[in-house]
Design a protein around this ligand. Structure first.
Ligand code: SF4
Length: 432
């Protein structure tokens, strides 16, 4: 039997695509192996969001090409979607380039590659994947649920709209059906992802349907938590807040990428609002949901960012007291408006500001976490002695270590948070 491995690079949305690939391959009776060195065919599901991601993808492909097992290499994902025609010439090591829209044709593509054919199958970004068989890791208590593809926002630094096309919501019934499928496989937590989850429905239903979708997902048997990532700051509607306050299972957690707080920088980013508007949005959320956990992400070193702009950002973080923060150094991407803007910031200044921001936020995150010590919280176990509370999204926020608790992944236990293990992680004791 032909052995196939899938290497997933990039964001949670790419992870969902890789799980669709695994689902299609599993159904077509190809043997799935987790170690690429054991495989005759390796699919690299690439990210192309920023230069560093593309370099990681090319390094992975070239390393595979040098492997003693000489696997046939299929390049999938955003790098193929964006650069297949150029790479067709420049990367002869790859036997095929496929876009997300070709996932359903993978078995046939693998057959053609094994016969020595080179394959280029990159349908336009108009394709909405989903509705495909999906294979998730056994026993994993959470799963990302992609509710839409593409983006209609026009942030000046971002390549996503060019790679993924306009915003396309997945039909509500298809999203719910996939969630039921995941619940039947033991998933307890659904983590909603898209480029902009809050725009869900406007494109195909003419209205925002995220509140309704959250209600439907939270009512599925077996689903304990529904978590929302990638919310857009100007689309936190009263209906969304109402659902987050009244529907059991919709966790009081919001990932709200703000990117900056200086009005001038936000304007050049093509992003809405100001730092003051961002603070008001956060205050409104906290007034409605006092115990909400808020995560955000910021870009430092954007063209034209002066020291006083950066100081505005630090002051914003002090005032906002966000629970979790991620930060990126600006990366000038080919074809974006921001790459051509004057006032490009030197790399060493970006690095210095990145370090200062993370250090500044660490004391805030520590103080937010210390505020929860002594509290009893629900913890979704990810394995013996470790899990996450509602305040912790998978793979980006901290965890809770529960010494001596053997309950398996997927168990929901009550834990008293006793100590901080470090800035991000907790120690706790099981409560009977
Ligand atoms: S919201 Fe902005 S940063 Fe996010 S995917 Fe859309 S264009 Fe890119």
């Amino acid at each position: 039997m032909i052995r196939v491995a899938v290497i997933n690079l990039g964001c949670p949305k790419n992870q969902v695509e890789s799980e669709y690939m695994l689902g299609v391959l599993e159904e077509s009776r190809l043997e799935l192996v987790s170690d690429p060195r054991q495989a005759e065919v390796v699919i690299v599901n690439t990210c192309s969001f920023i230069t560093a991601a593309r370099e990681e993808a090319l390094d992975t492909i070239l390393e595979l090409a040098r492997a003693a097992s000489h696997p046939r290499i299929i390049v999938a994902g955003c790098l193929a979607q964006q650069y297949a025609s150029e790479l067709w010439q420049e990367l002869p090591e790859a036997a095929a380039f496929i876009g997300p829209g070709a996932t359903g044709r993978l078995p046939e593509i693998i057959n053609r590659v094994l016969k020595g054919e080179r394959v280029l199958d990159v349908p336009g970004p108009e394709m909405v994947t989903g509705g495909l068989p999906r294979r998730i890791e056994d026993g994993k208590p959470f799963a990302y649920l992609k509710i839409a593809e593409g983006c209609n926002n026009r942030c000046t630094y971002c390549t996503i709209p060019a790679i993924k096309g306009p915003y396309r919501s997945r039909p509500l019934e298809k999203v719910v059906a996939e969630a039921v499928f995941l619940a039947a496989r033991g998933v307890k937590e659904l983590v909603l992802v898209a480029q902009d989850t809050t725009a869900y429905g406007l494109d195909c239903y003419g209205e925002y349907r995220l509140p309704e979708l959250l209600r439907r997902l939270a009512s599925i048997d077996g689903i304990e938590w529904v978590r929302l990532l990638y919310a857009y700051p100007t689309r936190i509607t009263p209906e969304l807040i109402e659902v987050m306050t009244t529907v059991p299972g919709v966790v009081p957690y919001l990932d709200l990428p703000l990117q900056h707080a200086s009005e001038g920088v936000l304007k050049r980013m093509g992003r809405p609002g100001t730092g003051a508007a961002g603070l008001r949005a956060i205050e409104n959320l906290r007034r409605a949901i006092p115990e909400i956990t808020i995560r955000s992400t910021f870009i430092v070193g954007f063209p034209g960012e002066e020291e006083q702009d950066f100081q505005i950002l630090l002051d914003f973080l002090t005032a906002a007291r966000l629970d979790w923060v991620g930060a990126f150094k600006f990366s000038p991407e080919e074809g974006t408006v921001a790459a051509g803007l004057p006032g490009q910031v030197p790399e060493e200044v970006k690095e210095e500001r990145y370090q200062r921001l993370m250090l500044h936020q660490q004391s805030i995150t520590r103080a937010c976490n210390e505020g929860w010590l002594g509290r009893e919280v629900q913890v979704l176990k990810e394995g013996p002695e470790v899990g996450r509370s509602m305040r912790q999204a998978p793979e980006v926020d901290g965890v809770v270590y529960v010494k001596g608790d053997p309950s398996p992944a997927g168990s929901m236990v009550t834990v008293k948070l006793t100590h901080l293990y470090n800035i991000y992680d907790f120690l706790g004791e099981i409560k009977a």
